[in-house]
Design a binder for this molecule. Structure first.
Ligand SMILES: O=C(O)CCC(=O)C(=O)O
Ligand SMILES: [Fe+2]
Length: 312
């Protein structure tokens, strides 16, 4: 099969998977297995630091800049869906580290002190760039699969507004997650274009079935397999042809019948995001008399801010 034919098949397959399942599992994505293992090792080292050391690069109490260390319970993801449903808050038992591009002067990174974790910043800066390259390559496939020109999304992703997140879910008793008060990550959609996610072998990630809304299905894919899901901006550009699937992290399937304690869990998410000035209005290809635009004009920067202020 020629390169072009191969690429067309891949493009059609991933768009089909996004439509059916709301996410896709990707292998041979260009990020090497040793690199991903190193990223998990850095994550373990970072979260193993004493709390007071992590708190030296603490995420501000409000949403901006969305950078640095968030302690367990600081972020309220459940505000995204629960506020609309008048339900009480669900607490996410997770801690996280957020990072953006080094040259993003609007949102400077909050690095730990070098002597606390030497080499962390250097590794993370390089890995951020590598994930961005992978994101752009995947967006070319998504564009082709949708019938747009291959480089359609390129110019909207030049500023690398992406966010990179290390996540750690401490060991927890199953009954805590059954309490209705706590979870690992409340159901939510991601705000950006696409998200690249790596998870360890503990499991617990679930995505809403696109043909049975309200039904969540486990996504069993252990790194180096990459899970990719659609974000809200892509949903808007495609006027809902590709949906930003709701997902959450909860009790892993193998624990539902019997274990008392769920192991700690690590995951790494790279949120690919459009340039802040990118217009999110649906592309004409996805609008017709029978299918008018479901969205108003807004920019990616404004949209991101409306979501972020809810969770911090
Ligand atoms: O930890 C995971 O597997 C998912 C995390 C997630 O969905 C998020 O941070 O947006
Ligand atoms: Fe997410």
């Amino acid at each position: 099969m020629g390169d072009e034919e191969h690429m067309n098949k891949f493009a059609a397959a991933i768009v089909n998977s996004f439509e059916l399942y709301g996410f896709v599992k990707v292998i041979n994505h260009g990020l090497s297995t040793p690199k991903i293992e190193q990223a998990f090792a850095w994550s373990r080292r970072f979260f193993a630091l004493p709390l007071e050391t992590k708190m030296k690069s603490k995420h501000p109490p409000k949403s901006n800049p969305h950078r640095g260390y968030s302690y367990v319970g600081q972020e309220n993801l459940s505000a995204l869906t629960r506020a609309d449903r008048n339900s009480p808050r669900l607490y996410d038992l997770k801690e996280s580290w957020d990072q953006g591009a080094t040259d993003d002067l609007e949102n400077p990174n909050l690095w730990p002190e070098y002597s606390d974790i030497p080499g962390f910043q250097e590794f993370m800066e390089v890995f951020f760039h590598e994930c961005h390259e992978t994101e752009v390559a995947l967006l070319e496939a998504v564009a082709m699969g949708l019938g747009l020109s291959r480089n359609h999304f390129d110019s909207m992703h030049t500023d690398r507004v992406n966010e990179f997140r290390l996540l750690h879910y401490p060991e927890v008793e199953v009954k805590e997650l059954q309490s209705g008060i706590n979870t690992r990550a409340s159901e939510h959609t991601d705000f950006g274009t696409i998200t690249l996610l790596f998870q360890d072998s503990v499991g617990g990630l679930e995505v809403e079935d696109q043909s049975q809304m309200g039904v969540f299905r486990p996504v069993e894919a252990v790194a180096p397999i990459m899970v990719v899901n659609i974000g809200d901006c892509m949903q808007r550009w495609t006027n809902n042809r590709l949906k930003s699937a709701c997902h959450r992290v909860t009790i892993p399937p193998r624990c539902s019948d019997g274990c008392d304690v769920i192991d700690e869990r690590y995951s790494i998410a790279f949120f690919g995001k459009p340039n802040r000035n990118a217009e999110l209005y649906p592309h004409p290809l996805f609008i017709s008399i029978d299918n008018p635009s479901k969205y108003e004009h807004t920019t990616a920067g404004e949209y991101n801010q409306t979501r972020l202020v809810k969770v911090y």
